[in-house]
Design a protein around this ligand. Structure first.
Ligand code: SF4
Length: 250
């Protein structure tokens, strides 16, 4: 769809769904878009369980893209497997960077030390962009309270000729915590160790009481985002076909 048409669609949908509950946005968009054209992208991080739980109630077969940068915490991989099983999610697609690209650009797994942006492009942005081929819409768990580039996000945005849907855009930290408690959802095991926002191991550290929840990400760096939500295209895209490990995640 041309960019101008997508912008108009996003504007119309923002007006249509203003004030709607997150699950109503999910139900509406999945009802009104063509099958297999929408995917949820999840990091299986500290707050991912909220959207994953909603998806489990609306459509357990929705494609869920999990980018395994191969530098994640073991706890995140274990949590992903256990959570998908407990929620009955049936269409998990584990996306990894191409081995050849890792061998060429990060053979010692130390690229993050001297070129974090290139590391994130190589291991996350490029694989995601390739995995999103064929999808016209993708759902993200970003929230305004997370700050930075996220401060002004709407429920619907245009991103690289796709519609990006942020059902939790207006949720606050307390709503997230309450939803998890009321629905008795399992928490990422690293939360108990002081991690409030969880990505790859090299960019993630625990926070102290009173710190911003994302303060532990790229601590002491200006960098705040992987790049998948920023407008510039990833130099390594397209990369590879996502690996569908449905058996492993069932
Ligand atoms: S910003 Fe962190 S979580 Fe995102 S790809 Fe880069 S290292 Fe991984």
């Amino acid at each position: 769809m041309p960019h101008n048409d997508l912008n108009l669609m996003a504007k119309t949908l923002n007006a249509q769904y203003r004030g709607n509950a997150a699950i109503a946005i999910l139900e509406g968009i999945l009802r009104d878009t063509a099958p297999n054209k929408t995917a949820l992208v999840s990091s299986f991080g500290a707050q991912s369980v909220v959207l994953l739980h909603m998806v489990s109630m609306v459509d357990r077969t929705l494609p869920i893209l999990f980018i395994d940068t191969q530098m994640l915490f073991r706890e995140t991989r274990n949590y992903q497997t256990a959570l998908c099983a407990s929620l009955g999610l049936e269409n998990i697609r584990i996306v990894t960077p191409r081995n050849a690209m890792i061998a060429m650009h990060d053979p010692l797994n130390d690229l993050h030390q001297f070129d974090p942006d290139k590391y994130c492009d190589l291991r996350k942005s490029a694989p995601l962009e390739h995995a999103l081929q064929g999808f016209g819409n993708w759902i993200s768990g970003r929230k305004r309270f997370q700050g930075g580039h996220r401060t002004l996000i709407e429920h619907f945005e245009v991103d690289n000729l796709r519609l990006k849907i942020n059902p939790l855009a207006h949720w606050g930290q307390q709503e997230i915590a309450t939803y998890i408690e009321e629905n008795r959802l399992p928490k990422h095991p690293l939360i108990a160790k002081g991690y409030a926002s969880i990505g790859c191991a090299p960019c993630t550290s625990p926070i102290s009481a009173g710190e911003d929840p994302r303060a532990g990400r790229w601590r002491n760096h200006a960098k705040t985002e992987c790049g998948i939500h920023l407008p510039s295209p990833a130099p390594f895209a397209p990369s590879q076909t996502p690996q569908n490990r449905e058996k492993a995640s069932a």
